[in-house]
Design a binder for this molecule. Structure first.
Ligand SMILES: [Ca+2]
Ligand SMILES: [Ca+2]
Length: 278
């Protein structure tokens, strides 16, 4: 199968998709991807919002959120976290978190904020701790407690060891819910690391998440491809989480329904994809 067909299949599984590590300086890759998913006969149509090119050096990346417009999803506003002064070296993030306030008519919860972050691996401990301030900023910017931070946090293996976790306040903050456990492997390669995480704040958003729905999507096994091909698609597996649809009104009900439509939110790290799309 042509690589682009994998991107098509992966994107179309979801209502909202965060794509990270978009590196093409001309900005054509994301348009090409969106054209691809919208082109072939499909009941689904996607739109997107994209951040500035972010990064302290000439190596910059963008975050983009694709969202399915015919799932009742629209964007209210966006904001890039102001993390301090780059010139004086006192800023907190290599790539500032990008925030999007979504309005969704198809889920129980009618609006929430999603935040994309790709940490600098060597600074992962510090940057993850600073996400507490990012939650506060998002809650203030959009006047809502319901915020989900997601992305490649580099939150495992050599970048965040067991001892580091014990000293990280955000890990022990009772208001912050970690949906992807340390034992999960989000890497396509033979390493076993839970780099990609989903953090949630806000009672309404926490309660609207379908229990145990946060997991990796192992597209290598699902599509029956070898590891080499899978690595051509992405070096990370997408991490997905489902939010209760508004056709149900409680946990017991959705569990009993033979079919229900959940809105899924996924993180996918596919810069290689986008380079090849161009
Ligand atoms: Ca910065
Ligand atoms: Ca692995």
């Amino acid at each position: 199968m042509v690589l682009s067909l994998f991107y098509l299949k992966i994107v179309r599984r979801y209502d909202i998709i965060l794509i990270q590590e978009i590196r093409d300086s001309k900005g054509k890759a994301i348009d090409k991807l969106v054209d691809l998913v919208n082109s072939q006969a499909s009941p689904f149509q996607y739109d997107y919002v994209i951040s500035e090119r972010l990064g302290r050096t000439t190596s910059k990346e963008q975050y983009a959120f694709l969202y399915r417009t015919n799932s009742g999803i629209s964007v209210i506003s966006t904001h890039t976290h102001n993390d301090g002064d780059e010139a004086s070296g006192t800023d907190l993030f290599e790539r500032e978190p990008f925030m999007v306030h979504f309005k969704v008519t198809s889920t129980e919860i009618r609006s929430f904020v999603l935040v994309g972050i790709h940490t600098k691996p060597e600074k992962a401990v510090d940057e993850i701790n600073h996400l507490v301030g990012v939650f506060s900023d998002a809650q203030a910017q959009f006047n809502t407690p319901n915020v989900m931070i997601m992305g490649d946090l580099n939150a495992d293996c050599t970048y965040v060891g067991k001892r580091a976790w014990e000293k990280m306040p955000i890990r022990h903050d009772p208001e912050v819910h970690w949906l992807v456990g340390d034992e999960v492997d989000t890497t396509v390669s033979n390493t076993d690391c839970a780099y990609d995480r989903v953090l949630v704040m806000g009672d309404e958003l926490v309660q609207s998440i379908i229990p145990n729905s946060a997991k990796v999507f192992d597209f290598q096994t699902t599509y029956g491809i070898d590891q080499e091909t899978a690595l051509d698609v992405s070096d990370h597996f997408p991490v997905e989480v489902s939010v209760k649809s508004n056709t149900t009104s409680g946990v017991e009900q959705w569990q009993q329904l033979p079919f229900y439509t959940a809105t899924s939110i996924v993180i996918v790290v596919i810069y290689k994809v986008l380079q090849r799309c161009v």
